[in-house]
Design a protein around this ligand. Structure first.
Ligand code: TRP
Length: 335
């Protein structure tokens, strides 16, 4: 990928709020499988960040850590190449977060796009939980503590990178140091996958996603329940391709895009039925998911946790080395 060298360090992460789904697969997992061959890659399971939303349901977060590890391994992320680790197991992240919090104002955090949206969406008003408000700072610590050079993400994540670099520059200026590293967005052009109900985004919370761990039957039932074109009643009727979930998924997963284009043409003209299309999509997804499901079934819970704990231990030594320098820079060294 453009801009990457073998000395680059990639950091990405997911909140363990549920098992991963096809949206993650096209949006990031495939990319990570490729990137692990090009340079150092770290993947963080952001349980502490998940707790900013799920603080009253910690069990849910904790249980999903192993599920997410299983999903990673099942899609081909190789723990020999990629270090998978757990955010809460790196106490230095909290230490760096505390120091960075002094360098940002609450006004700035409230203007941070994702935070701003959520404040409105969840009608927080004046009662914004401080942990939630500050998660972009904790995220900046995630990125800088491990000296990442690149964070792969969509354009919508650009503010996260900007905020991180702002904090890095602020830290360097305030303490006359250069011990942290600015980071670059590694722009992934993968489109966001829409939900099976036609909602703009496939997500666990909306219950409109196909999970990598779904059984064959569940995948089948989800495909056949997909939202198509409500006006397309008989196969012979002309149908709409835009907003049609089956086509969105065929675009994302069917290996031959030209064939999909020819199906779109006949669907528009009339004469191609939803059932035929759904059968093709089901076959495509079953073929993709079968080996993932089979691989997943071979990974024990204990084994998954062992991988993440070993990874955390490795990441902790990097964290400790950076924190040594950070404490030196700030001057909080007493012996
Ligand atoms: N915010 C990411 C998510 O919602 C998880 C995450 C936490 C992350 N820290 C990160 C991603 C640092 C990239 C870099 O899934």
């Amino acid at each position: 990928m453009e801009g990457l060298e073998s000395s680059s360090v990639i950091l990405t992460g997911d909140r363990p709020t549920g098992p991963l789904h096809l949206g993650h697969f096209v949006g990031s997992l495939q990319n990570r499988v490729r990137l692990q061959h090009q340079c150092q890659q770290y993947i963080m399971i952001a349980d502490m960040q998940a707790l900013t939303d799920y603080f009253d349901r910690p069990k849910h977060v904790v249980q999903n850590v192993a599920e997410v590890v299983k999903d990673y391994i099942a899609v081909g992320i190789d723990p020999e190449k990629t270090t998978i680790f757990i955010q809460s197991q790196i106490p230095e992240l909290c230490e760096l977060t505390m120091l960075l919090l002094n360098l940002v104002t609450t006004a700035r955090l409230q203007r941070y796009p994702t935070i701003k949206n959520e404040i409105q969406l969840r009608a927080f008003g004046e009662s914004i939980p401080a942990g939630f408000l500050c998660y972009p700072v904790s995220q900046a610590a995630d990125i800088t503590l491990f000296r990442a050079t690149h964070v792969p993400a969509g354009e919508d994540q650009a503010p996260m990178i900007e905020q991180t670099n702002e904090l890095v520059r602020r830290f360097h200026y305030t303490y006359q140091t250069d011990c942290l590293r600015e980071v670059e967005l590694l722009l992934s052009k993968t489109p966001r996958l829409i939900g099976i109900d036609g909602n703009a985004k496939a997500s666990k919370s909306l219950g409109n996603a196909i999970f990598l761990s779904d059984s064959e039957k569940v995948v089948h039932d989800k495909v056949f329940s997909m939202y198509t074109d409500p006006e397309h009643i008989r196969a012979s009727d002309p149908g709409k391709v835009e907003g049609n979930v089956v086509f969105a998924y065929l675009d994302a997963f069917y290996p031959d895009p030209e064939e999909v284009e020819s199906w779109k043409a006949s669907y528009r003209k009339g004469g191609l039925g939803d059932m035929v299309l759904k059968t093709r999509l089901n076959d495509t997804l079953q073929a993709l998911l079968k080996p993932i499901r089979e691989k997943r079934a071979t990974i024990q819970q204990a084994e998954a946790l062992e991988i993440a704990c070993a990874g955390s231990q490795k990441m902790r030594s990097i964290a400790q080395a950076t924190m040594e320098e950070v404490r030196q820079a700030v001057g909080i060294v007493y012996r």
